[in-house]
Write a protein that binds this ligand. Structure first.
Ligand code: RNT
Ligand code: ZN
Length: 423
């Protein structure tokens, strides 16, 4: 009772303070409620997947570090962990699956033979528990990706195998989109690249174009399937050259009418993806984000409420792009409780969106158009200490999820009761 009173009181004071700037906090919360973040399934099991009982991430230039106990060992455990996670998040959110999370009653399925039926349990579950499904072909953790190349390989057999995988995942993604009644974004990320300086930077890209064209040949209803391509600057073992660079995929996406995926950890360490959003959206209908946090290299740390994250949220909201930007998360930290990782990252994304939804954007736009740059700076700085936290707490409260750090008690309880039994 006391808790409820203090949340309400703080909210009313905040509402009045924002009101003086002409900001309607109720409207902001209504908008926030409608934003579904796509949670990446792979935070729950360190990108292992369930192709075999002891599957683990290998190759592809990505890596998890840490051995916090309790990772999900099968799809049922992962679904249970996700249910716990969703229960601690205001709003309704999506799930982003990788092809290696298939279920086939323990029997091995080759990557080029994956089918919608291998995801039927996920789809049934997602109907009850999520706002939609997204998907990814998995071009890593496989013997045929062992030499660091997949669809850009100079080995025709390897290339063809992975092209078949790419095609197969589009069928699955389209089936997911149809079943869920909301388009499924199927995102192609490949690890292909060289450790040392190549002399031919052109041929692998020509092969990549040819392979992508084959993968995307079949046309699907965009109400079911949205194709997407994700670039990268470098990975472990592909430090000198990555075939699918940013410029490569930007060009490919524009010419071939697919989505571009911007991963916050895939650029030079000081390069933010925020300014790319209003830039590429001049030429692309929709994009996908992999919101992540690079630390020195693409280390996929849990998203914190940083200036970088605010900058991303600012561009999405100020540009009125909420319906053109698919917000996905991408990090995998095995050194902390994995549910806490998901909850922290997702709530931070939501908090960043809320703080810009609470901004008097039109007022600021007018100030800028009037060339009053002094006032623009002064007001933006004042806004940084406005009570968006009180609005956030009220949002959590009205959405029946724990307010403040109370969510961690729920995670700890789950850890004691469930995760600690996984040995
Ligand atoms: C890797 C990419 C890619 C992966 C996931 C598992 O650098 O970011 O998105 O993290 O597909
Ligand atoms: Zn990514």
């Amino acid at each position: 009772m006391q808790m409820r009173d203090s949340i309400n009181k703080s909210y009313q004071l905040a509402r009045d303070q924002y009101g003086e700037l002409g900001v309607d906090t109720e409207k902001a919360l209504k908008k926030l409620e409608d934003v579904s973040i796509s949670l990446h399934c792979w935070q729950g099991d360190d990108v292992g997947g369930f192709e075999t009982a002891d599957a683990e991430l290998s190759g592809g230039g990505i890596q998890t570090t840490g051995n916090y106990p309790g990772k999900a060992r099968n799809a049922d455990e992962l679904r249970s962990d996700l249910e716990k996670t969703y229960s601690l998040l205001p709003g309704k959110h999506r799930l982003n699956l990788h092809a290696i999370y298939l279920e086939n009653e323990g029997k091995k399925v080759e990557r080029n033979e994956v089918q919608p039926k291998h995801f039927s349990r996920w789809i049934d579950w997602a109907k009850e528990n999520t706002a939609g499904l997204d998907f990814n072909p998995s071009f890593f953790s496989h013997p045929l990706a062992g030499d660091g190349f997949t669809i850009a390989s100079n080995n025709k057999k390897i290339r063809e195998f992975w092209i078949e995988h790419g095609k197969a995942t589009r069928e699955i993604a389209a089936a997911m989109g149809k079943a869920m009644g909301t388009p499924c974004v199927n995102n192609v990320w490949i690890p292909d690249g060289f450790k040392d300086t190549p002399i031919d930077r052109k041929a692998p890209r020509e092969r990549l174009t040819d392979s992508l064209n084959k993968i995307f040949e079949e046309k699907f209803d965009k109400n079911y399937l949205l194709d997407s391509v994700e670039s990268k600057l470098f990975g472990i073992g592909s430090e000198s050259y990555v075939v699918g660079s940013h410029e490569y995929y930007l060009g490919y996406a524009i010419r071939n009418d697919v989505l571009l995926c911007l991963d916050a950890g895939h650029f030079h360490p000081t390069e933010s993806i925020a300014d790319k959003i209003p830039s590429v959206l001049q030429y692309l209908d929709e994009i996908l984000l992999h919101v992540s946090r690079g630390v020195r290299w693409d280390s996929d740390h849990v998203v914190t409420l940083s200036d970088d994250l605010h900058a991303i949220a600012n561009e999405i909201v100020r540009g009125n792009f909420l319906n053109r930007v698919h917000i996905g998360l991408d990090f995998f930290d095995a050194s902390i409780n994995r549910i806490a990782a998901w909850v922290t990252g997702t709530r931070n994304m939501q908090k960043a969106l809320l703080s810009v939804l609470l901004e008097p954007t039109e007022k600021l736009r007018k100030i800028e158009n009037d060339e009053d740059y002094t006032k623009r700076l002064a007001l933006l700085e004042e806004l940084k200490t406005f009570p968006s936290g009180a609005v956030w707490d009220y949002f959590c409260y009205t959405q029946n999820v724990p307010v403040g750090i109370a969510w961690l008690d729920e995670v700890k309880k789950y850890e004691n009761e469930i995760l600690s039994k996984r040995v």
